[in-house]
Design a binder for this molecule. Sequence first.
Ligand code: HEC
Length: 295
Amino acid sequence: MISYSKFLTLSAALALVAISPQLGAEPATFATRVAPVLEKNCTGCHGENKQKGGLRLDTFAHVMRGSDDRVVVKAGDFSTSELHRRIILPASDEDVMPSDGKPLLSSADIALLEKWIAAGAPATEPFDAPALARLPITSSAAPDYRPRLAAATALAQKLGVRLVPRSIVPTDGLILRTASAPTQCTDAVLAQLAPVADLIVEAELARTKITDAGLASLALCPNLQILDLTQTAVTAQGLGALHLLKNLGVLNLTNTAADKTTAASLKNLPSLHRLWLFGTPADPVIAKPAAAVVK
Ligand code: HEC
């Protein structure tokens, strides 16, 4: 694992790459920007499995429905929205969300939720939000995608997923996107992406149907740097396959079965600088006795 200061130096050196225009950049919508913030920070307690306070935040309809007691998002006015009041409280306030000492939302995430609510809390319409800061490419480049882009795009389309260039730099690789239909992405789909495995630098696989067999396919993507496996059925044992990913820098295992042993072994990945383990058996908050976390 590289040190934080070394990462900063690398980031600075590669800032040019990070700010180059993004071909694959998508407009900010509830699905592309708001839902991921709620999923990362809230749905562990306000989702399918738990509905603390009688509130679910895992779909647009649930967010707008509110809790058993009240509407929590008032479209057009964040200052009177209960959801907003809860996320701007100081950590010491007993009403603050996320509760139980979980990390509070970043100011960027709060600003994003404010922009969305101020825009009328649209379900699918884009709203005005700052572009997502892409993490810089931190290691070896992928092969030039230009000669293979048309074939890769066609293959992805056939499989019901998307492969989009990460930037206009032809060696920045392709992003595997599944968010518009995550359940269509299965182990078989990942296996069939083998011809373009070397071009994939980022794989967005949250809520897909992939299991350990899919992890074995991912382990054959030598240039994979960013991987999101949020809420997938991968097992602690299957995650061991990821030790082959020498370029993996960012790994999101929120709400998976990753345990302490997985976490310890993944932390040895040479390029890893961010690992998310919220809602897993490796998460110190969840691992507390149930009585201590249930309110
Ligand atoms: C660790 C569990 C946990 C997490 C994570 C969590 N909450 Fe909560 N939340 C609760 C509990 C418990 C309650 C009920 C007690 C209360 O109202 O404080 C609650 C209540 C709420 C309420 C009030 C519902 C009502 O009308 O009474 C809102 C709004 C809320 N949460 C928003 C959020 C948001 C937004 C996030 C993510 C940024 C979040 N919560 C993350 C546990 C959690």
